[in-house]
Design a protein around this ligand. Structure first.
Ligand SMILES: [Zn+2]
Length: 276
């Protein structure tokens, strides 16, 4: 594995991104991109050391962005077109017992080539939780309460960890999002079934996601436990907008493999390349 040092584009400190690579060893300093749409595509364009995946036509590259508590890799797959105007990061399985989003993201990854959007998918942010079929990570921390904005020392089911950013799974995602600096983040959960448009940073985008993914528009009440979430942190620290996608209890296989991925792609302005 090659370790590549890149400049953190948002916080101006340097970060380390672990990438999957058995070949060229390299370290590269990336210049901050111009403040134009698609700037993050310029930056990720120059991240060296990525592997291609010739058996998956939609995939431009794949990387390991970090490790879980139990040393399982957290993978990101780069899809679409780096020259596209919009860059999106979609994250699933932050809660290990809510795995429908992983099916949607894997379907996008494994299908035909994608155009008109630059899309990164992280299908399994919490591999230890998935292996245990539990919400929390291997240390019992609810990762969606461990981010560093509005963090509170919650205990029990929503245990927020001993301090903000205490868990490697949240730090990996912070590092990755700070580097890519996407226009949009989609965070997949279940089973509340809907999109919270009222609290959204970018309501038109949230409405588009709801409409295209055939999910109802809702106003979720967190019962006082919405602290230290990914969306709170990303929406406060980045120019882009994070939307939480809540799937239902038991989405159909057809929804997860066809309707959901197709709708998500439409919502972010992407298209499948038609076969020649
Ligand atoms: Zn969840």
């Amino acid at each position: 594995m090659t370790r590549v040092t890149v400049r953190n584009l948002c916080l101006t400190t340097s970060v380390v991104v672990s990438v999957l690579s058995g070949t060229a060893a390299a370290s590269a300093q990336l210049s901050p991109p111009p403040a134009a749409t698609g700037a993050s595509a310029d930056a990720t364009n120059r991240l060296p050391g990525a592997q291609s995946a010739p058996d998956r036509p939609a995939v431009l590259s794949k990387r390991i962005i970090g490790q879980s508590v139990k040393d399982h890799p957290i993978r990101a797959w780069e899809l679409g077109e780096r020259s596209a105007d919009v860059t999106v990061v979609a994250i699933a399985d932050m809660h290990g017992n809510e795995t429908g989003g992983e099916v949607i993201l894997n379907s996008l990854r494994d299908g035909r080539a994608i155009q008109d959007v630059h899309l990164w998918v992280i299908p399994r942010q919490n591999p230890d939780g998935v292996l245990r079929s539990q919400r929390q990570n291997a240390r019992g921390v609810d990762l969606n309460r461990n981010f560093g904005v509005k963090w509170k020392p919650l205990t029990g089911y929503y245990y927020a960890g001993p301090r903000p950013w205490s868990e490697p799974e949240t730090r990996s995602v912070r590092r990755f999002l700070n580097t890519v600096d996407p226009d949009y983040v989609l965070s997949f959960h279940s089973p509340l079934y809907g999109i919270d448009v009222h609290g959204a940073k970018d309501r038109p985008f949230a409405r588009r996601v709801a409409e295209e993914m055939a999910l109802p528009i809702k106003e979720f009440n967190c019962s006082g436990v919405c602290h230290g979430t990914l969306s709170q942190w990303f929406n406060a620290r980045h120019d882009g907008a994070c939307v939480t996608v809540e799937l239902g209890y038991d989405p159909s296989e057809r929804y997860l493999n066809v309707r959901g991925p197709r709708g998500m792609l439409r919502a972010i302005g992407g298209h499948r390349r038609t076969a020649d």
